[in-house]
Design a protein around this ligand. Sequence first.
Ligand SMILES: C[S@@+](CC[C@H](N)C(=O)[O-])C[C@H]1O[C@@H](n2cnc3c(N)ncnc32)[C@H](O)[C@@H]1O
Length: 412
Amino acid sequence: MAAEILEVEIARLGAGGDGVADGPGGPIYVPFTLSGERVVIALKPGENRGDLLEVVEPSRDRVAPVCRYFGACGGCALQHMEKDAYLAWKRDQVAAAFKARGLTVAIEPVLTVPLASRRRATLSLGRERQGPVLGYRRARSHDLIDVDACPVLVPVISARLARLKQALGSLLGVRREARVTLTETETGLDVLLEGARPSPVAIGAFAAEAAALSVARLTAGADSIALGGAPELDLSGARVKLPPGAFIQASREAETEMVALVLEGAGKAKRIADLFAGLGTFTFALARSSAVDAYEADGAALAQLAEAARRTPKLKPVRPFARDLFRAPLGVAELQAYGAVVFDPPRAGASAQATQLAKSPVPSLVAVSCNPGTLARDLRILVDGGYRITRVVPVDQFLFSPHIEVVAHLSR
Ligand SMILES: C[S@@+](CC[C@H](N)C(=O)[O-])C[C@H]1O[C@@H](n2cnc3c(N)ncnc32)[C@H](O)[C@@H]1O
């Protein structure tokens, strides 16, 4: 059936960054619109997401997007919103998550990152009649949009997208599509290809171009091929080798802001536990003045943290512990050893660990999270256990997306 053409008023922005109109049959989500706008949309029968056809009455907060692909590309949701309104909306997302858990603490203004600061991107590599395609999904579609520049990404990646596409295209082999994760490291680009098994000939051809493209390593399936220096990150002065696919903070600028907040929240504790430590983003900063125990489930990441700790001068003792903190959170008896605990779990949060911390005497806690919903849930557990939340600072690590990073300080 043909789509219906409707004029609607956008009442608010939903949590995913789409405008929401209250239709007779319930909410209608309209991407790339703003609160208060009157817009014409196409709505297919039975769907609750409309396609924007025309903005009849624009919001005063509407601005021109910074990227020519905005609106067609599904990578960004919020380039059309004036900066202060956009940051206020992000802050409101955090406030709403806290309010839903009965946490009435003030949320500080959002710390920002500049354009061209995202150092890791996962793109789709595909093939069309005219050749390879490297980019993101089209908005509301499974199709790919070929992107030869992305203003969110660091120049080292953005400026090379067109040439990378040609070089990566031959790695697809018989596959129609694969995922490519590009990471800027100190020693060059790290390229992780998932969903394709390139032939040795194709890898050889890619390797021949690696130096010109500043590619340090290609990982395809179980095979990692060093093409330059092994990919390394500088984490507060420690040089840490990057295992393929290991977690890193998406923007160095956001990482710097988060590290400063973590240092402030942990204070001068003699011994600190860094839970969900990854490669040691916070461990190495904290270990400049405190002994740090780093707990992490990813064995490859922890091994590199441990190796870098051995090689880095002027650190207080760093002890790495392999541990699944969902199944085996640190118990109260173990937590007693620490003057501060930092925890930075994945999106699922750390409810089992928060339950143990709530019963512990640890004086200072720092929570870092990319999911305000699970963060608020975990902080509720801690507040019910007697902790006070003293600071909540959102960090706009994921520019133009609906996502937000948050750092919270607690004490007892
Ligand atoms: C958001 S990342 C933070 C990493 C590090 N703090 C950083 O800033 O780079 C979450 C980390 O938790 C680890 N992780 C995931 N599930 C875990 C679990 N059940 N137990 C311990 N660590 C886990 C991941 O491997 C990842 O390194």
